[in-house]
Structures are given as structure tokens and as C-alpha cells.
Design a protein around this ligand. Structure first.
Ligand SMILES: C[S@@+](CC[C@H](N)C(=O)[O-])C[C@H]1O[C@@H](n2cnc3c(N)ncnc32)[C@H](O)[C@@H]1O
Length: 204
């Protein structure tokens, strides 16, 4: 019942927000369970973590829950207003989802585009999940910000970096940027691919 309501109203976040408020639907995400499980594994024990693109808070809640003692997840998203009067319903769902998940005290919200709030992100990160703007310029901006700030040994996960088998229609520019630029960055090595998700570790 919950799953079918979520599927039905995935593209109608205002209705989804009402259902979520009434506890009739969960927060939604395009990140599949296997990818969420990988995020959980690689974020475990991290101190300073970053997520670019938080949407309704699904991946953020999973990452925040497994951080080490005193760990903090910095969540970057503009949650752009849909009109002058109306708040973005994904922002309302996200706040409620993080509160219900019991992780609000492990999350610092940076509301804005990554290029606008980059100077508020700490310089020494153990873990990052990039899932914001998947255009060439968007991922280029995010990779420039994140790659500089990762500590040696730190892990970066990038969504939509590979076209999953059988999903040939799914080829955002972030896949091309990954293939041409990120995969050849000598500071990082690829440790795992899960569906569309690339997992890299900083080596120097
Ligand atoms: C695919 S959703 C994120 C889903 C989320 N990571 C999850 O798995 O639950 C992408 C989000 O990125 C945000 N976004 C788009 N461009 C951005 C940018 N330049 N900086 C930060 N966030 C951005 C959008 O507002 C949207 O909420």
C-alpha cells in the first residue's frame, strides 16, 4: 500500500508531502537499495561527511545513522522554492524524515547550490556522496569542490556515474564526465561500482 502510494505520487511531491505527514508514505529516492547499502558501508565510522543533493533525505538519513561518534553530515541542496508563496515540499519531507529517523543532531543543513556554499564545507572530509546536478558543468563544479577536500583514505561515492545494464536510456553527462575526467584523476582509485554508483578512495 505505502509502496504503491509512493510510486503513484513520486512526481507529485505536494501530495506526497501530505501522505508523508499523515505517515501513509515514506520519503522517496532514485537511489536504489543496493546503492544505499553501499553508502551505509562506506560511510560507517566517518567523522566529517558531505552530501551534495539531499532531496527528501533518504540517503542522508542512512549516512548520518552510521557516522562515528561526534560525526556530522553536511547536507547541501537548494530545495528551491517552487513559487513565491510555496515552500518546496521536498524540503518539508526531508526535515520530517530526518527528525523521524532520529538523526537531526548529526546533520548540518547548508541550503544553497554547491557553488554557493562550498566555503562553508569543512576542508577535511572522510566521506562524500555527490548526487546533485548531473550536467557536465554541475559535476565538474562538485568534483572540484570535493576532490580537494577529501582526506587521504577518504571515500567519495558518485551517483549516476555508470549506465546500469539494461538501462541504456540512462546516460546523464555525469557518466561522460566520470569516464573522461574522474576515472583518470591520479589522486583517486576506483574501489567498487554498484549499479550507477562509483565508489572511489583518495590515495594521495
Ligand atoms: C537525485 S536528488 C538527490 C537524492 C538523494 N541523494 C537521495 O538519494 O535520497 C538531487 C538533488 O540535488 C539537488 N541539486 C541540484 N543541483 C544542485 C547543486 N548544484 N547543489 C546542490 N544540490 C543540487 C536537487 O535540488 C535535488 O534535491
Amino acid at each position: 500500500m505505502r509502496r504503491s502510494l509512493e510510486k503513484l505520487f513520486f512526481c507529485r511531491p505536494r501530495i506526497l508531502n501530505l501522505l508523508h505527514w499523515a505517515n501513509l508514505a515514506n520519503a522517496t529516492s532514485q537511489t536504489i537499495p543496493a546503492e544505499l547499502e553501499a553508502l551505509e558501508r562506506y560511510a560507517a565510522g566517518a567523522g566529517q561527511a558531505l552530501e551534495i543533493g539531499t532531496y527528501q533525505g533518504v540517503s542522508a538519513a542512512i549516512i548520518a545513522r552510521v557516522l562515528g561518534p561526534g560525526g556530522l553530515l553536511h547536507c547541501v541542496d537548494p530545495w528551491q522554492e517552487t513559487s513565491e508563496r510555496q515552500n518546496n515540499p521536498c524540503w518539508a519531507i526531508c526535515q520530517r524524515h530526518l527528525r523521524r529517523s532520529g538523526v537531526k543532531n548529526r546533520i548540518r543543513i547548508l541550503r544553497g547550490y554547491s557553488r554557493e556554499v562550498a566555503n562553508q564545507v569543512p576542508d577535511r572530509l572522510d566521506f562524500a556522496f555527490i548526487d546533485g546536478d548531473h550536467s557536465w558543468e554541475g559535476i565538474k563544479t562538485d568534483w572540484t569542490i570535493v576532490s580537494e577536500k577529501m582526506l587521504p583514505g577518504g571515500v567519495v561515492c558518485l551517483h549516476d556515474s555508470f549506465t546500469p545494464t539494461g538501462e541504456d536510456w540512462r546516460r546523464p553527462d555525469s557518466c561522460a564526465y566520470f569516464e573522461k575526467v574522474i576515472q583518470n584523476d591520479p589522486r583517486f582509485c576506483l574501489v567498487e561500482v554498484v549499479h550507477s554508483l562509483a565508489v572511489l578512495r583518495k590515495i594521495k
